[in-house]
Each structure stands twice: as C-alpha cells, then as structure tokens.
Write a protein that binds this ligand. Structure first.
Ligand code: 1GP
Length: 257
C-alpha cells in the first residue's frame, strides 16, 4: 500500500480505537516465526509497528520479512534512527521528538532518512513524538538525551501537541517509553485529545486491557502495545488487549460507560 493509504486506513471513522502491536526486532530471533503473526488480523490487530529505540538491529530485516510473510496487516516502521529505514515496510512513522530540544531527533535523523524513504516508495506519516515522564529513565529518554514532559503537567503536553499540529504533522504520539512503569496519565490523554484536531497515538507501559480501555475512553485514537505482548505471548491475551481498544467492533463491550 502506498501514497497515503496506510494513514487513511488507520484514521477512517469507526467506533473505538485502533490497536497496534509493536514488535521490537532486537528481541526476536531472525529464524523465529511467531504463531500469533498469522492470527493477528483475526485477533483484532489493526497494524504492526516494527522498531527499536536502541540503534540498528542486524536481525531487523529478517524479522520484518518473516512478519510480512505471515500476515497481510500493514507493516509500519517505528524507527529510533535513520539507519533503521528499510524497504520491506508499507509506511514509516516519520517521528520528530518535539518534546525534546535535541536537533538530532527533531530534524537530523529525518534528513538522513528522507532519501531512502523516497527511493523505497514507502509512506511517511509525519508524527509529533512527545515523551512523557513515567517513573523511570526509559531507553528513548536515554538515547535521545531529552527531558520528558512531567506526568502532572498536561498543559505542557497540550502545547507541544498543538505545535506539532500547526507544523503540519498528521499524528501526535504520547509516549511513556517501552516498558514504562506508568503509562501516560489518562487525564493527560483526555486533555491533549480534546485540545488538538489530529489523531492521537498513546503507548508505553500499557500492560492490561483496563489500561488500554481507559486510554481509548480518554480519547486515544490509536494505542500501541509491545512489552506486555512479549511477557504474555498468547493469542488469547492479544485478543483481549485488541478488544479493549475497540470494544464496539468486537462486541466485547457495547458501551463505554
Ligand atoms: C514504546 O509505545 C511503545 O515505544 C510501546 O511500549 O513496550 O511498554 O508496550 P510498551
């Protein structure tokens, strides 16, 4: 799928939120085939994100090809740096770490990756990436050497999100960091989603269906879950987490309240 199709597909009107499964290629063996991949669509996964914050993973290409061979879901790269750009994905979250003041992650990596994205013909989805304090120093914080937005300061998150919208970005991503002890506070999700007009992605530290449901109820259009699906690698749990993001579509819950 090319030329805006993935973004359109992720944002067209529907009840509930979208559920994205984040696969970290650094944590998957290149020869491994996860039996959940071919069941992911049926389990309620809307797309697969692939990426890691810790530089280049030599196995990434093999892992991506294996995922591709086992599911027809859209594959979206979620890169920590330009070196991760490859031609085996449909789209890329073209992230700018707007909550930081480190030029490398605001514009430097984007310039480095742009020609490859163009020549591979993959769909760039400009995304304002906002790191939120979560009770620990996460890999994103360490690698980017940036300060996260304080968890109790939703106004700061709102103004960064609005600036991302005004700069023409298509998504805002509120990120607590992979494996975060605390996800983005529900109150921050609510305030940011009410404040901006572009779709909101929320991820990091979401480990239970209740947390996923709360994020969607607060206004997250898309939720991203990675670590919890590594700790509990069953199809049943994948289904439960996905159903929590789109309760109406799955029939698991007829109303949110
Ligand atoms: C991290 O938001 C994603 O970039 C997902 O985080 O691994 O904690 O689910 P988890």
């Amino acid at each position: 799928m090319k030329n805006g199709n993935i973004y359109r597909n992720l944002t067209e009107a529907r009840n509930g939120g979208r559920f994205l499964w984040l696969i970290d290629p650094a944590r998957v063996l290149p020869e491994m085939i996860d039996p959940r991949w071919e069941k992911a669509r049926e389990a309620g996964v809307d797309a697969i994100l692939i990426g890691t914050s810790t530089g280049y993973s030599p196995a990434a290409e093999a892992v991506i090809k294996n995922v591709r061979a086992n599911t027809d879901l859209p594959l979206i790269l979620f890169p920590g740096s330009a070196i991760q750009v490859n031609k085996f994905v449909d789209a890329i979250l073209y992230l700018s770490l707007v909550s930081g003041r480190n030029a490398q992650f605001l514009i430097g990596e984007q310039v480095a990756g742009a020609p490859a994205i163009r020549s591979f013909g993959i769909e760039p989805i400009p995304t304002g990436y906002i790191l939120v304090e979560s009770g620990a120093i996460t890999a994103v914080q360490h690698i980017s050497q940036t300060l996260p937005v304080p968890a109790g300061k939703p106004d700061i998150a709102k103004y960064h999100a609005l600036a991302a919208e005004y700069l023409g970005m298509k998504f805002v991503y509120l990120e607590a960091g992979s494996g975060a002890p605390r996800p983005v506070p529900v109150e921050m999700v609510r305030q940011v989603s009410e404040y901006i007009s572009i779709p909101l992605i929320v991820g990091g530290g979401l480990t239970t269906p209740e947390q996923v449901r709360a994020a969607v109820k607060a206004g997250a259009d898309i939720v991203v879950v990675g670590s919890a699906l590594e700790f509990n690698p069953t199809v049943g749990f994948l289904k439960e987490m996905a159903a929590a993001a789109h309760p109406v579509a799955t029939g698991a819950e007829q109303s949110n309240g």
